[in-house]
Design a protein around this ligand. Structure first.
Ligand code: NAD
Length: 333
């Protein structure tokens, strides 16, 4: 099939070229994000391959369909950015990569916790500057602390297992509890999780119910000095509310791999430009905030699995054989 791949970076091209040896599709690598203005670039292609910050609104889907696209192959697990009903109505088949390496994201959440707790990023800069003072670098033992996991699916359970390995007590909240998860965590209500956890890590999808899950009221229910980690989706967190929480000290540490307005920032080099997002810029002024630019998924294993599963979806669609990981409104978010 002819595939138009949007938001392509050099590493996408390398991994997809390697994975495509087993499939033989014809891939056009396009650097622009998929937007209403760039959707016509898909003309003449059977499939479009899109990433997390591409625009998959009804208008864009309609344009893709008008330009002859039959399949939308998401190279991501999350599909909160997709208008699923519109895709169904248009008869546009959508596939995704349900799981590529839950370890990658879980381990990145742990990296944020350790980096923040032991102030690794501050220590790195100090030592390079010949400053060996320990003032302000005091951390805490994770052993014996309580960690709350919101969303106990694939990533949440692996994260819980790692934190158990540190000797933490792990609490979990999920509206659909998984009996298997009780190997590594104890289910409690969201209220109890907020009230008891020293570290709270978000691993639930973005849905209308989870949008702004962490708002001012939620922050008010957390322990003083809580560490909050979000490697899931930016819009789970009301950034203004957490900035207020950081200023009051209610939030002691904040680790983010995702940000609610990340579409305008992440996955590009803006080092020579003035950042226009004042809320994001304020976040960067805190000594107890660590932000990474949506790199949780970015391990060799995960990017290889993403390329292989995405192209296997395209092949399954074209041949009618093999597993096609479809996204439909009936399946929900
Ligand atoms: P999953 O579907 O296996 O697990 C999600 C869990 O969240 C499920 O158990 C579900 O029941 C639960 N959930 C649903 N609504 C909830 C709510 N209101 N409160 C609490 N829990 C709720 O998904 P996963 O593979 O573990 O991925 C989790 C999330 O991680 C994805 O939705 C995605 O947003 C994010 N993610 C981030 C990156 C990254 O690079 N940072 C990469 C992949 C995935």
């Amino acid at each position: 099939m002819k595939i138009a791949m949007f938001s392509t970076k050099s590493y996408d091209k390398t991994t997809f070229e390697r994975a495509n040896r087993a499939h033989g599709h014809e891939i056009t690598y396009l650097e622009p994000r998929l937007l209403p203005a760039t959707a016509p670039l898909a003309a003449g292609h059977d499939a479009v391959c899109a990433f997390v910050n591409d625009d998959l609104s009804a208008a864009v889907l309609r344009s893709l369909k008008e330009h002859g696209v039959e399949l939308l192959a998401l190279r991501s697990a999350g599909f909160n950015h997709l208008d699923v009903e519109a895709a169904d109505e248009l008869g546009l088949t959508v596939a995704r990569v349900p799981a590529y390496s839950p370890h990658a994201v879980a381990e990145h959440a742990v990296a944020l916790i350790l980096g923040l707790n032991r102030k690794v990023f501050r220590a790195y800069n100090r030592v390079r500057d010949g400053n060996f003072s320990l003032e302000g670098l005091l951390g805490f033992d994770l052993h014996g602390r309580t960690v709350g996991v919101v969303g106990t699916g694939r990533i949440g359970q692996i994260f819980a297992g790692i934190m158990r390995g540190f000797g933490c007590e792990v609490l979990g909240y999920d509206p659909y509890p998984d009996p298997d998860a009780e190997r590594v965590l104890s289910y409690v209500s969201l209220d109890e999780l907020f009230a008891r956890s020293h570290v709270i890590s978000l691993h639930c999808p973005l849905t209308p119910e989870t949008h702004d899950l962490i708002d001012a009221e939620a922050v008010g229910r957390m322990r003083d000095g809580v560490m909050l980690i979000n490697t899931s989706r930016g819009r789970l967190v009301d950034t203004t509310a957490v900035i207020d929480g950081l200023k009051s000290g209610r939030i002691g540490h904040l680790g983010l791999d995702v940000y609610e307005e990340e579409e305008a920032l992440f996955f590009q080099d803006l080092s020579g430009q003035v950042i226009q997002d004042d809320v994001f810029s304020r976040l960067l002024t805190f000594p107890n905030v660590l932000v990474t630019g949506h790199q949780g998924f970015f391990t060799q294993e995960a990017v290889t699995n993403i390329a292989e599963t995405t192209l296997a979806n395209v092949t399954a669609f074209a041949s009618g054989e093999g597993e096609l990981h479809r996204v439909t409104a009936a399946k929900g978010g």
